[in-house]
Design a protein around this ligand. Structure first.
Ligand code: DSN
Length: 409
């Protein structure tokens, strides 16, 4: 029986979400629209199969097709990211990061990551997360003046702290990362170099952003952000780290892999190898740059002053509105964003002084630089009058018109 016949309640909610995703502007930097092919693989019969272990070394019988799917995903990930080894089993970005830590660290070991309000991720050492509870996490920050990474300061901090592992790759950092500089710092202090490329994986695959592959000992990434695949993650690294990485995932931190999602990861890697994906990745960055310029021209202050990636971080302090207030007013206008801390934020992560915007999803819809002008204009008008109900209604209608010009699915 179909979902509609079996469970009309959930069917109805999925229908509503489908229309909502179609008719709103999705500017959350970590979201995208996966292809129908990716969703078909995610909803496939592989959801029925247990496959603990690895291809040709499973703990359950009946994996002849599952093995072929997982091997295909591994081979495609290796080719796409030009790495010696790929483990495609992690369920999520945080699961991948837990596994990476367990591959290279013992509980209690010291590691260093970017501070959360400066753009780091929860799993990069936040005291409320496993990474900060089970490990001795120390942090580095961005420069107060430039709001960019200061590699001399990071080096000094690494020499002082002597961490066993250093993470680069972030959640809310708009500029390019100098992966070679991190390699040099890691070599100087004898640390493992871990790159979490969750946000920028699609840009790296499409050659619109430099790759850490020549430098990093271990690379983690989600597959659903700029890479436009299913919700999930992978871990990569040079061939010599294959055993360590695999043990960190299974049996270290996970049981049965989600082979349906692994099939969808394989589909997404195939899509990302096509020439049109390269065009897509370049357009994501062009759109983010255009959006940043238009927002700045309309008086918003950009953290780090600009973007070199898919995301734009806005400091709302001069506008006298909080991140939470801005997120709500924009949501009421059909513009979906997320509040975000900014470096040296004086507000809590629940309120925040910043707003994070990303162009991966709107670029998938086919939008270009000129459309970013329209989006920036709508955003700024709402932020200037967040309590104007008529303006929000009008903006919502304009958003729907824009979305109708760029349909998804
Ligand atoms: N929640 C993701 C993001 O939005 O960046 C990171 O896990």
């Amino acid at each position: 029986m179909s979902l509609k016949q079996t469970d009309n309640e959930i069917y109805g909610l999925l229908e509503k979400e489908f229309q909502y995703q179609r008719n709103t502007l999705r500017l959350i930097a970590s979201e995208n629209y996966a292809s129908k092919a990716v969703m078909e693989a995610t909803g496939s019969v592989l959801t029925n199969k247990y496959a603990e272990g690895y291809p040709n070394k499973r703990y359950y019988a009946g994996n002849q097709y599952v093995d072929q799917v997982e091997i295909t995903a591994i081979e495609r990930a290796r080719k796409l990211f030009r790495v010696g080894h790929a483990n495609v089993q992690p369920h999520s970005g945080s699961s991948a990061n837990i596994a990476a830590f367990f591959s290279f660290l013992e509980v209690g070991d010291k590691f260093m990551g970017l501070d959360l309000p400066h753009g780091g991720h929860l799993s990069h050492g936040s005291p409320v997360n496993f990474s900060g509870k089970w490990f001795n996490a120390v942090s580095y920050g961005v420069s107060k003046e430039t709001e960019a990474l200061d590699y001399d300061e990071i080096r000094k901090r690494a020499i002082q702290e002597k961490p066993k592992l250093i993470i680069c790759g972030y959640t809310a950092y708009p500029l390019l990362i100098d992966f070679k500089a991190f390699r040099e710092i890691c070599d100087e202090v004898g640390a493992v170099m871990m790159a979490d490329i969750s946000h920028i994986a699609g840009l790296i695959a499409g050659e619109a952003y430099p790759s850490p592959a020549p430098y990093a000992d271990v690379i983690t990434t989600t597959t659903h952000k700029t890479l436009r695949g299913p919700r999930g993650a992978i871990i990569m690294g040079p061939e010599e780290n294959a055993k360590k990485i695999n043990k960190g995932v299974f049996p270290g931190t996970q049981g049965g892999p989600l082979e349906n999602v692994i099939a969808a990861k394989a589909v997404c890697f195939h899509e990302a190898m096509q020439p049109e994906f390269r065009v897509y990745a370049a357009q994501v960055v062009k759109n983010a740059k255009a959006l940043a310029e238009e927002l700045a021209a309309r008086g918003l202050r950009l953290v780090s002053g600009r973007t070199e990636s898919h995301l734009v971080l806005v400091d709302l302090t001069p506008k006298g509105i909080t991140g939470k207030g801005a997120q709500m007013a924009l949501e009421e206008s059909g513009i979906i964003t997320n509040r975000n801390t900014i470096p040296f934020d004086t507000r809590s992560p629940f309120i925040t002084s910043g707003l994070r915007l990303g162009t991966a999803a709107v670029t998938t819809r086919g939008m270009k630089e000129s459309d970013m002008e329209e989006i920036a204009s709508g955003i700024v008008k709402v932020l200037e009058s967040p309590n104007d109900s008529e303006l929000k209604l009008r903006t919502r209608k304009e958003v729907e018109e824009l979305c109708n010009r760029f349909p998804v699915y």
